[in-house]
Design a protein around this ligand. Structure first.
Ligand code: ATP
Ligand code: MG
Length: 180
């Protein structure tokens, strides 16, 4: 099992704010072209570290499992030609956020996608086109027969529209599963 202590260390410049926060993760932009996704949020990791109980240990293991899962799924989708952010891997982050320091935080580093989430386009001219492209990718994924998409994650909240390229990028696979 991968634990945070056997990950390569990555020291991040102080960050003021995240660019995205959902139910499963917090995403920070760390370079022009890179973001990092932390399972849940920094406060979760602070609590886990403050009290090394059995419950917290198993929560930590669960979080590691989910983020490793997201990376594996992303790599497999990319290999099969589905547009996803380029994954770089999992690191142990040292991070300063709003003046507070956090250490040994697992973070998944991936390509920054400069797009709009599909749901932000609802009602606009591009929406139909973007939605159709998203659905086409979902059909391709189904035809591959290798993935079980996360029920709540297949949504126009988890797909970017790139207006210049007129294409889509799918993201957020923490709860997807492999079929085998
Ligand atoms: N590669 C990326 N490039 C740019 N922004 C991103 C990227 N990945 C995630 N984000 C931003 O961070 C937000 C949260 O990411 P993500 O959807 O992966 O987290 P989550 O907690 O699993 O999501 P949710 O519960 O909202 O579906 C996204 O909605 C998006 O705005
Ligand atoms: Mg999401």
């Amino acid at each position: 099992m991968i634990t945070v202590d056997n990950l390569p260390k990555f020291v991040i410049d102080p960050i003021e704010d995240y660019i995205g926060k959902g139910t499963d993760g917090t995403v920070f932009r760390i370079e022009d072209d890179l973001v990092v996704k932390i399972p849940w949020d920094l406060e979760f990791w602070e609590r886990i570290r403050a009290e090394p109980s059995e419950d917290n240990k198993s929560m930590e293991n669960y979080a590691m499992k989910r983020i490793c899962n997201e990376i594996r799924i992303t790599r497999n989708l990319r290999y099969d030609g589905i547009p996803v952010p380029r994954p770089f891997g999992l690191f142990s982050l040292d991070i300063e956020h709003r003046g507070d320091s956090y250490e040994r935080i697992p973070g998944y580093i991936m390509e920054f996608i400069d797009g709009k989430r599909l749901h932000e386009l609802r009602g606009s001219r591009d929406y139909k086109k973007a939605k159709a492209l998203y659905e086409r990718e979902l059909e391709k994924i189904e035809a591959l027969g290798r993935f079980i998409p996360g029920v709540c994650e297949v949504s126009d909240l988890n797909c970017f529209w790139l207006p210049k390229k007129k294409s889509v990028v799918l993201f957020d696979f923490m709860r997807w599963e492999d079929k085998e």
